[in-house]
Structure formats: structure tokens, C-alpha cells
Design a protein around this ligand. Structure first.
Ligand code: FES
Ligand code: FES
Length: 135
């Protein structure tokens, strides 16, 4: 199957590969797997006090489209609020990368990963608030 130029670019020069400190309260981690193919994507965000994503990193064990989707997503979410990042649709990713129908689930993985990362971050804040209240 032919990959689009944008997929190849992100695949050959992936942006923001790496990890953030999972134990840091300002970091949210999303880890998701694709039932369709068994690929796994880990996406992490660092959120500042105003609720803006300052940094994003990913590690993807998967196909070129999954790597390109996560690479593109980390670029998109930087500087966005959690609400903005959480409303990114896999269809936007698929469209930007010109993914063929059989590769749509790879972009779904990226949407699921950012949502999971946001949820993880928010859960951590809830725990911190509870601890502060009971202290
Ligand atoms: Fe294996 Fe996507 S099906 S990498
Ligand atoms: Fe499964 Fe791309 S994530 S083929």
C-alpha cells in the first residue's frame, strides 16, 4: 500500500518521540491498543497551571500510519487547552494524513490516546484536590 507523503514525512522524522515523567502530577499518560491489529500507542501530555498543554510525547509500537498519527497529534495538541485537544477527531488526522480506509483505525488510536491522557491528567488533579481537602 502506498503511504502519503505526509505519512512518510512523519514516519521518517517523527516529532516528539519520547516519554515524560509518569509520576509528575502535571503529566497525563494515555496508553491504548488497537484491537484491529494489536498495535500500541502511548501518548503523554504536560499541562500547565492554566490548563494548556505545554509538551507532548509519544511512543508507538505500530504501523507507519499509527506512528504518523501520533506524531501529528503531538504537534497539534501543544499550546491547546485540554478541551481543545480533547475535541480533536480522528477524521481530522486521517484527512490531514490522507489515510486510506483500512488505516482509519490507526488515527482512531491517536484520538483514543489523547483522550486517555487527558482523563489520566484529570484523575490526578481530582486525587490531589481530595488529598488537599482531607489534609
Ligand atoms: Fe500491524 Fe498495523 S496491523 S502495524
Ligand atoms: Fe493498526 Fe495502524 S494501528 S494498522
Amino acid at each position: 500500500m502506498a503511504y502519503s507523503d505526509k505519512v512518510i514525512d512523519h514516519y521518517e522524522n517523527p516529532r516528539n518521540v519520547g516519554t515524560l515523567d509518569k509520576g509528575d502530577a502535571s503529566v497525563g499518560t494515555g496508553m491504548v491498543g488497537a484491537p484491529a491489529c494489536g498495535d500500541v500507542m502511548k501518548l503523554q501530555i504536560r499541562v500547565n497551571a492554566s490548563g494548556v498543554i505545554e509538551d507532548a510525547k509519544f511512543k508507538t509500537y505500530g504501523c507507519g500510519s499509527a506512528i504518523a498519527s501520533s506524531s501529528l497529534l503531538t504537534e497539534w495538541v501543544k499550546g491547546k487547552t485540554l478541551a481543545e485537544a480533547g475535541s480533536i477527531k480522528n477524521t481530522q488526522i486521517a484527512e490531514e494524513l490522507a489515510l486510506p480506509p483500512v488505516k482509519i483505525h490507526c488515527s482512531v488510536l491517536a484520538e483514543d490516546a489523547i483522550k486517555a491522557a487527558i482523563e489520566d491528567y484529570q484523575n490526578k488533579q481530582d486525587v490531589n484536590t481530595q488529598q488537599a481537602q482531607s489534609a
